[in-house]
Ligand binder design. Structure first.
Ligand code: ADP
Ligand code: ZN
Length: 519
């Protein structure tokens, strides 16, 4: 059956060759194997089910949580003459009914549905009257508690598969699967792990960097001025941040658009269009912006604040350079952001997911503190183990020399142990710098031999150094109401003098301007 695939690719979609992973995924599906396909954003996942849908008799069901995307996808398919439709909450009752009836008559090759539909028994009954050869599960990480976007209705998918008289093939698709999530998807959707299609996540045209200890606003303005003809996205954490930055950039006569969920539909669409059509060069937005945006010439994605996890970060940053040309992904790091993100996680109602979200946040912070290759850090996070330094990122191109900080590391590690391994970073830094803080005295830490052992440094410097040791996995974190630090097995080796620690000479921390409303 596969021989039909390439001609279809050309006649319907106008492409001559498959992208990495597509061919393998299509072959696997056509051989009747349940399959999981992990390709990066923009890697071309849709083709992996659209072509089998054209080849297999009947109607392929596509489950997708992205309602706004469904319509675009369906429009695009209809334009090239592929009968397709969608059913989601944007339709009236009678519209939905009409489409269901047409689907039962076999009028469509593809039917897109929102996962919530699967909660309706009536809808399941309707599906039983259709000929369904394939179920494509888009954004398949939503099925896993370990993913960053768990959706309970995804758990209905397997029971749907079982309830159909003719068992369909299942194709799970995702861009952001850590090994644990991947395993979960396979278990829950009964996919043999051997039927995994995964391509490299490396984006060779992107260079990542983390900017620390700078006046963020000044950095941003300079950066935009140096790149003023280029299209770029600036992600900010809140709607308020977006509005403030937007106004600030306008004052600088920068041609800027904005996007967040607090704006009206009309204005939001207008702003999006301005950016897509190159009438605005800079888009300032919350993470609400970008899903399904197919703008290939974005030259940079700059995160003004810390994202909540690596999955979101890589997805957002990955919107740069879809055209394959060199592009930059920058993240402006400031330690206060960690507090803000912790606070947001703390406020979120779902207690059961809190520990996990805190862990993910910590990995994001580790990314900001690592001194090794940033691209490698990302790839390893997503489970690629055989990686090499990229040679392009901020750390790979950092010309500062590494210095031996083993002795300082031993001081910190020993202090953590002497304090009983049950306190957080701030208190540990206070003890090391010999703070006169009341709590330090009350707990009797003034008597420790490590008290004041690093008093020639500031508490902030020591605190940064502790973050560095965390990123090197010498200190680990126990998540609770307050995170507490303990020495990892690797850290113990340092204490025993079995290994050395190196760190790049740190830059002078610059003063943040006090009169800036954003801080
Ligand atoms: P994903 O869902 O993985 O983010 P899409 O399926 O939306 O990616 O595809 C991203 C872009 O790549 C689309 O513009 C699509 O038309 C294009 N594309 C997909 N497959 C190919 C191919 N084989 N050759 C060239 N372009 C392709
Ligand atoms: Zn690198």
């Amino acid at each position: 059956m596969f021989e039909k695939a390439q001609p279809l690719l050309e006649s319907y979609f106008g492409y001559r060759t498959f992208r990495p992973g597509q061919e393998q995924a299509i072959r696997s599906v056509l051989q009747g194997e349940n399959t999981i396909c992990v390709l990066p954003t923009g890697g071309g996942k849709s083709i992996c089910y659209q072509i089998p849908a054209l080849i297999l008799p009947g109607t392929t069901i596509v489950i997708s949580p992205l309602i706004s995307l469904m319509k675009d996808q369906v429009d695009a398919l209809e334009q090239v003459g592929i009968p397709a439709t969608f059913i989601n909450s944007s339709l009236t009752f009678s519209e939905a009914n009409q489409r269901i009836n047409d689907a039962k008559k076999g009028r469509y090759k593809l039917l897109y549905i929102a996962p919530e539909r699967l909660e309706s028994q009536e809808f399941i009954e309707d599906l039983k009257h259709m000929n369904i050869p394939l179920i494509a599960v888009d954004e398949a990480h939503c099925i896993s508690q370990w993913g960053h976007d768990f959706r309970p209705s995804y758990r209905q998918i397997h029971s749907l598969v079982k309830s159909l008289s003719q068992t369909p093939i299942v194709l799970a698709l995702t861009a952001t699967a850590t090994p644990r999530v991947r395993e979960d998807i396979c278990n829950l959707l009964k996919i043999d792990e051997e039927s995994t299609v995964i391509t490299g996540f490396e984006r060779e045209n992107l260079s990542f960097s983390v900017i620390k200890g700078q006046d963020r606003l000044k950095f941003l303005l300079d950066f935009i001025k140096n790149n003023h003809h280029e299209a770029g996205i600036i992600y900010a954490a809140t709607r308020k941040n977006v509005d403030q930055l937007y106004e600030r950039l306008r004052k600088e006569n920068i041609n800027v658009a904005r996007y967040h969920a607090g704006m009206g539909d009309l204005e939001r669409n207008r702003e999006q269009e301005r950016f897509l059509e190159d009438n605005a060069s800079v888009m300032v937005a919350t993470s609400a912006f970008g899903m399904g945006i197919d703008k290939s010439n974005i030259r940079y994605v700059l995160h003004f604040q810390l994202p909540k996890n690596m999955e979101s970060y890589y997805q957002e940053a990955g919107r740069a350079g879809r055209d394959g040309l060199k592009s930059e992904c920058l993240l402006l790091y400031s330690p206060q952001d960690v507090q803000i993100q912790r606070f947001l996680i703390d406020q979120s109602s779902d207690r059961s997911r809190m520990t996990q979200e805190l862990e993910k946040l910590q990995q994001m912070v580790d990314y900001c503190h690592t001194e090794s290759c940033l691209q490698e850090f990302i790839l390893r996070y997503f489970g690629e183990m055989e990686t090499e330094p990229c040679g392009r990122c901020g750390n790979c191109t950092d010309a500062r020399v590494s210095i031996d900080v083993t002795k300082e590391a031993q001081m910190v590690l020993s202090c953590v142990i002497r304090m009983g391994q049950r306190f957080g970073k701030t208190l540990i830094a206070q003890v090391l710098t010999g703070s006169k803080n009341k709590k330090v005295a009350e707990l009797g830490f003034e008597r420790l031999t490590t008290y004041g052992i690093m008093k020639d440094q500031g508490a902030k410097e020591v605190s940064d150094f502790i973050e560095f040791l965390i990123s090197q996995e010498l200190i680990a974190i126990e998540q609770g109401t307050f995170p507490t630090l303990y020495v990892s097995p690797k850290g113990k080796d340092i204490l025993l003098g079995k290994q050395q620690v190196y760190r790049r000479e740190t830059v002078q921390v610059k003063q943040v301007s006090k009169n800036d409303p954003l801080f």
